[in-house]
Design a protein around this ligand. Structure first.
Ligand SMILES: C[S@@+](CC[C@H](N)C(=O)[O-])C[C@H]1O[C@@H](n2cnc3c(N)ncnc32)[C@H](O)[C@@H]1O
Length: 398
């Protein structure tokens, strides 16, 4: 057996022998595709590092990349996510001493990721915040809309902070950290956010929708101390410490089929999750974050595919690029979620998309929370009832 075949066989064997809370892995074959089902990771029981605690639409739990990073890579290996989002894979790679690599079409992704791979000391953050004169600034031309979310006093602080960040965040790691935290504190549903009560922080309402929320709840935005909230969140993010020394990160902003900064065969493991057809409106959900970070949403061509054929073609282009950057014997863990009430099995479209490319499909892992083997098994091919699962297509580069 080649070394590559041995590594694949060891991993499959580990999946078969995996037991959590006494629950053995269930292995089934559905239309020629092998599925491994278990509760391979749970958020509660295996706590994640606090640095992960920033919100992002459709992010996966850190336990997902951790599962693969710890089993399929060694210290120093390169771990890549072509749809990096908040950078869950990149951060988890750094926390394990691996070389992080991430890419996303949205510049927000690198802004959220880079500062957490090598955070500045809390004292430096506090000192920089102290030195900022946030009070007394002007509001913005689009203030009418923003005043649906923020008290005028808060908005003046935010406008001053935004202007300072646009000048300094690209060159000053402490400013970049402050921007990352501020992006995360913009809107939410508790006094820990700059805004009045609104949708959860990873989903900004439109200003019109927010005015309706305010009228319905009889609320007006209360004043907030922007610097104090940033410091408080920084303290919480840093409570578990910082990543150990690790090889330099490669963070890219661009389409998933490019990865120009990664050399051929330089990646040992890919852990990723693409947009699932058109179900998440990343542009709409991120409009306020984009405003704050100075990103023009119209300039970010986020993939949204209504039909599966176009989505398959998009996934194939991504895998063509992965065929270039992943070394022979390197693994790809490609997560898809449920769409269309379980009627469309995206993992099957992933398999179709990579047909003929130099990858061997080892199977599909299903992380099923509290599944039961008795009633209707758990129905991989018939889960219209809405079993809530992650499905990970696992492939190895030939
Ligand atoms: C499901 S989310 C990934 C979330 C990520 N796993 C995390 O934990 O944060 C999909 C990501 O794909 C990005 N995206 C959409 N179209 C893209 C494209 N053509 N190339 C690269 N990234 C794209 C979106 O901006 C979004 O961040």
């Amino acid at each position: 057996m080649t070394e590559q075949a041995c590594a694949s066989a060891r991993f499959i064997d580990a999946l078969r022998r995996f037991a959590f809370g006494g629950q053995q892995t269930l292995e089934t074959d559905e239309s020629g595709l092998r599925y491994f089902v278990n509760e391979f990771w749970t958020a509660g029981q295996r706590q994640a590092h606090r640095l992960h605690e920033i919100s992002y639409r459709a992010c996966f739990k850190p336990q997902l990349p951790a599962f693969f990073i710890t089993r399929l890579t060694q210290a120093g290996d390169r771990v890549y996510d072509p749809f990096s989002g908040r950078g869950t894979t990149a951060l988890e790679a750094a926390l394990h001493g691996r070389a992080p690599a991430g890419n996303d079409i949205n510049p927000l992704s690198a802004m959220l990721t880079e500062p957490r791979l090598a955070p500045p000391p809390l004292a430096a953050i506090a000192e920089r915040l102290d030195g900022l004169a946030l009070v007394g600034g002007k509001t913005e031309p689009m203030a009418d809309d923003l005043l649906a979310f923020f008290h005028p006093h808060t908005l003046r602080q935010l406008t001053a902070l935004r202007g300072w960040l646009l000048q300094h965040a690209a060159s000053d790691p402490v400013a970049a950290w402050i921007r990352m935290v501020a992006i995360n504190r913009l809107t939410g549903h508790s006094p820990g956010f700059f805004s009045v009560y609104t949708l959860p922080p990873n989903q900004a309402a439109s200003a019109a929708a927010q005015r309706k929320i305010n009228a319905k709840r009889g609320q007006t935005p209360p004043p907030r101390d922007v610097a104090a909230l940033i410091l408080r969140k920084s303290r919480s993010l840093l409570a578990d410490g910082v990543p150990p020394a690790h090889p330099p990160a490669v963070l890219m902003t661009g389409p998933s089929d490019s990865a120009a900064a990664l050399a051929d065969g330089s990646v040992d493991l890919v852990v990723t999750s693409p947009p699932f057809l058109d179900i998440v409106d990343y542009e709409g959900d991120n409009w306020l974050r984009g405003w704050f970070a100075g990103i023009d949403p119209g300039a970010v061509p986020i993939a949204r595919h209504r039909d599966t054929a176009a989505w398959e073609a998009f996934i194939r282009r991504t895998f063509l690029c992965l065929a270039r950057v992943v070394r022979p014997g390197g693994f790809v863990a490609f997560e898809v979620g449920e769409v269309r009430g379980g009627r469309v099995l995206l993992e099957r479209h992933v398999i179709a998309a990579i047909a003929g490319l130099p990858f061997d499909v080892l199977g599909v892992m299903v992380n099923a929370q509290a599944f039961t083997k008795t009633a209707n098994c758990w129905g991989v091919g018939n889960n219209a009832g809405g079993t809530n699962t992650n499905r990970i297509v696992l492939a190895v580069r030939r």
